[in-house]
Design a protein around this ligand. Structure first.
Ligand SMILES: [Fe+2]
Ligand SMILES: [Fe+2]
Length: 201
């Protein structure tokens, strides 16, 4: 439903890079190089749920940005849209950055069955080489190695799963407009546009 795009992987990559660079945030080029080297533009978005395919993570991130940006134009005044502009780009495009993994280890690896064949139903599995840290936490940690997130951006990325994640207990009553916007856009992207449930698996 809506927002499905026919962009090639290269077009998705170009759009994401241009949007991130448009913020002018110091350190952004280094962050983009890190993302590129560590598979952001080729990684899947999940093991067997939404966009469990090569390039799925980048496609999902762009979907979340487009939905958040369009929604902000509908529900915020012009001044607020301008005020939030860069933060919408940064929090939407980097909310799932942690899904590329950490410490030079990818989060998603091929899911090889006991038979030796790769699973069709769940082509990727989370690597057992990484200690289990929620991807929203890794997103904040990894982005912060290269750029300075604002307090609002850090909050929006950390709580992008809303009340659906363990962290959600601390969110109740402390929501912010940017966090709600990114949470909504993420849900709409993963559950409506991309068709299947968001999953941390
Ligand atoms: Fe996520
Ligand atoms: Fe997401």
């Amino acid at each position: 439903m809506g927002y499905k795009n026919d962009f090639s992987k290269e077009e998705v990559k170009d759009k994401i890079i241009n949007l991130l660079l448009s913020t002018g945030r110091e350190g952004m080029s280094n962050l983009i190089n890190h993302m590129d080297k560590n598979g952001f533009f080729s990684a899947p978005c999940s093991g067997g749920n939404h966009l469990a395919k090569e390039g799925g993570l980048a496609e999902h991130s762009l979907n979340v940005y487009n939905i958040a940006n369009d929604t902000s134009i509908s529900i915020m005044g012009f001044d607020d849209v301008c005020k939030f502009g860069d933060s919408i780009i940064i929090s939407a495009l980097l909310h799932d950055l942690g899904k590329i993994g950490q410490f030079d280890k990818p989060l998603y690896v091929d899911n090889i069955l006991k038979s030796g064949k790769r699973s069709d139903a769940k082509p990727y599995a989370q690597s057992t080489d990484l200690l289990k840290v929620d991807h929203e936490v890794v997103s904040v940690v990894e982005a912060s190695r290269f750029i300075q997130l604002t307090e609002e951006e850090q909050f929006a990325i950390l709580y992008h799963n809303g009340l659906y994640a363990g962290l959600g207990r601390s969110l109740n009553g402390n929501e912010t407009p940017l966090q709600i916007l990114i949470h909504f856009a993420d849900m709409w992207a993963s559950r409506v546009v991309e068709g299947e449930g968001e999953s941390n698996e």
